[in-house]
Design a binder for this molecule. Structure first.
Ligand code: GDP
Length: 314
């Protein structure tokens, strides 16, 4: 359990996953420390050290990262590798040196090999070539996961990596160029409905399969693991709820109330053909997701309509 004397730091509290972790902690009466980018730029080692020396967090959720959908990853690889390497190196190292007991690092299912056997087990990491569209991001995340393991082996630091599948939900990024598939489609279907447009264009062929996890479910899994897990390596945190991109567009049309046509822009990349996690380790520990894809999309769409997809200020 995260005790009452614990000081919990959520790095990346404005992001979709970080903000969901904050909500999950508050629901358990744990009040985490957070810090805005203006006060502490996590790519700045000195600023991170100063923050850790002042606050001395005991438990760290490292959910801060530069993330983006297939297009952003494909076109801004330099930013993805630089920022992620800097943030994770600074935070993991400061947490260890300045006395944290435990650190949870958020990985990503895209760091597994492109053609990994499905469902993907934790031990398929580094067994084959990666998906080229997000290689720089994946290499950075692999470095972070390796760093957690190396700090555990060399220094006895209780750091481990949680591997979410494709996350969506409240606080998602709806920027048309940077968004992942769920948020990207939700905005386009919503706008097409409002303007009574005859068609919505989705990317790729529609045949790829993705496993989706609602951000609140993932956050719940993260808090559960912080309390119940202390091993090296990776642990998958998926739902085993798989959907094709084509079926997702159809569900999105239903959830948003859009009645026009759906067409496919084949000039956009499909990315990995199938990405589903093998979740038996997490499920055997006693954790299960609570949200179906339809319920998750409905919750997200309600939030999107209320906020226009804008996160509250830091
Ligand atoms: P990935 O899981 O890393 O490939 O990231 P995405 O969530 O960005 O894309 C998943 C799949 O959805 C890919 O096959 C995309 O081509 C497809 N897709 C269809 N429409 C969209 C869209 O509007 N935005 C995004 N990002 N992907 C889309």
């Amino acid at each position: 359990m995260i005790g009452t004397d614990a000081k919990v730091f959520v790095a990346g509290h404005r992001g979709m996953v970080g903000s969901a972790i904050v909500r999950a902690l508050l629901a358990r009466s744990v009040h985490p420390v957070t810090i805005s980018r203006g006060e502490c730029d996590l790519t700045d080692r000195e600023a991170v050290d100063t923050f850790f020396a002042r606050e001395r967090p005991t438990h760290v959720f490292l959910a801060a990262a530069k993330v983006g959908g297939i297009l952003a990853n494909d076109t801004q690889g330099a930013d993805f590798i630089r920022e992620n390497l800097m943030i994770q190196t600074n935070v993991i190292d400061a947490a260890y040196r300045l006395g944290a007991q435990k650190l949870l690092f958020l990985g990503s299912s895209c760091i597994y090999p492109k053609h990994a056997e499905q469902p993907m087990r934790e031990d398929c990491l580094l067994t084959g070539p990666l998906e080229p569209t997000n290689l720089p991001y994946a290499i950075a995340k692999i470095a972070g996961a390796t760093m957690c393991d190396a700090y555990r082996r060399q220094y006895g630091f209780d750091a481990f990596t949680v591997m979410p599948s494709n996350v969506y939900g409240i606080g998602d990024n709806f920027d048309p160029q940077a968004s992942h598939v769920v948020a990207g489609l939700m905005r386009r279907f919503h706008e097409a409905k409002l303007k009574a447009e005859p068609e919505v264009v989705a990317w790729g062929s529609g045949s790829p399969m993705r496993e989706l996890v609602d951000a609140d479910d993932l956050a719940d899994a993260c808090v559960f693991l912080m309390e119940n897990y202390s091993e090296g390596g990776l642990i998958n945190a998926g739902t085993s709820q798989e959907i094709s991109i084509k079926a997702l567009t159809e569900l999105m049309a239903e959830v948003t109330g859009y009645e026009g046509r759906i067409t496919w822009d084949l000039s956009k990349p499909d990315g990995t053909p199938r990405k589903i996690m093998e979740n038996s380790r997490l499920h055997a520990l006693g954790w299960q997701p609570k949200t179906t894809i339809r319920a998750g999309l409905e919750k997200m769409y309600a939030w999107f309509q209320e906020t226009d997809g804008k996160r509250p200020a830091a």
